[in-house]
Design a binder for this molecule. Sequence first.
Ligand code: NAD
Length: 352
Amino acid sequence: MEMSLSGTTLALSPCTVISSEWIFMRRYSNKRILVTGGAGFLGSHLCERLLDEGNEVLCVDNFYTGRRTNITHLLKNPLFEVLRHDICFPLYVEVDEIYNLACPASPVYYQLDPVQTTKTSVHGAINMLGLAKRVKAKILQASTSEVYGDPEVHPQPETYRGNVNVTGIRACYDEGKRCAETLFFDYYRQYKLKIKVARIFNTYGPRMQPDDGRVVSNFVMQAIRGENLTVYGDGSQTRSFCYVDDMIGGLIRLMESSDDFTGPVNIGSPFKNSILEIAERVISITGTKSSISFALLPQDDPIQRQPDISIAKEMLGWSPTVMIEEGLMKTIHYFRELGPGVRGNNYNADCR
Ligand SMILES: NC(=O)c1ccc[n+]([C@@H]2O[C@H](COP(=O)([O-])OP(=O)(O)OC[C@H]3O[C@@H](n4cnc5c(N)ncnc54)[C@H](O)[C@@H]3O)[C@@H](O)[C@H]2O)c1
């Protein structure tokens, strides 16, 4: 088989066709971007947006909580590549930018194997920072509002240092992410790396896992199945929910901000809703006959979470635009399409 690229004819075997197409498309792409955790909820939306903008995207994932179906529609794009890899091990690739999203975000999954969660946050950060240092790539860390623990300050500004229970069941995630932030700033100071740290607050939308224990997916699946919606505690605890499209826009703006802006920067919705209010909205939008049942609040569950997004507004010109009603409708539509019988990942110890 032969192929002509600007007058150059390449002899191709069937298995090199994709790679020639890739060479061709590279001319039209902007950057080579690595997204770790690219098959997950946020990662798959990020890969999609970066491809839409004409970039070449390498999605690296060990499929612990990520799913192939999240990225199947991207596989036909010659600028998209997937690599099954655990970021606890070093990776050698050539890229211009790295979005480090790999890490289970749902308490159900990050507590299932807490040692692996800490390893992913800490060893994973070291490996990705090492890669960024080698290839001189800009690197963004998906940190979390969990670095504030159960906060005593509301809303939380980036200067708040947090209230985390070091020995609690959530610490594998909270402390892992805190240590990752430390590493990012040490690489910045010691090696002059171009870093960006985003503190992501609760995000929801299509491609969340149906049974990963997060508030929105739990409520929607219970409503669709006609089960009662489980509210932990009395439901007066509040959360601020950001729709996924807004979140992805914020992460990309942060990556594209000037090199002297490192963050950490809160990215999330500043509008708070009580958990009970969210349950009631889900019941009303789905039209389910389900009602609400109450259960004991899990250990270290924060009572209130709400970002102060002044820095995101000022430095990135970013604030969320999708209202909770609209976001919930899109999310409910997605879960309805999946059907009531669908279960989420599926934890399988062999999948790593
Ligand atoms: N979704 C949120 O509300 C939220 C809030 C705060 C922070 N975050 C952060 O954003 C990132 C993405 O979150 P998400 O909601 O998409 O979670 P997710 O669980 O859907 O995605 C995480 C992805 O990382 C992959 N992964 C996990 N460990 C890995 C490893 N060792 N090597 C390679 N891949 C690995 C998983 O398979 C999955 O595809 C996470 O780092 C999370 O901590 C998310």
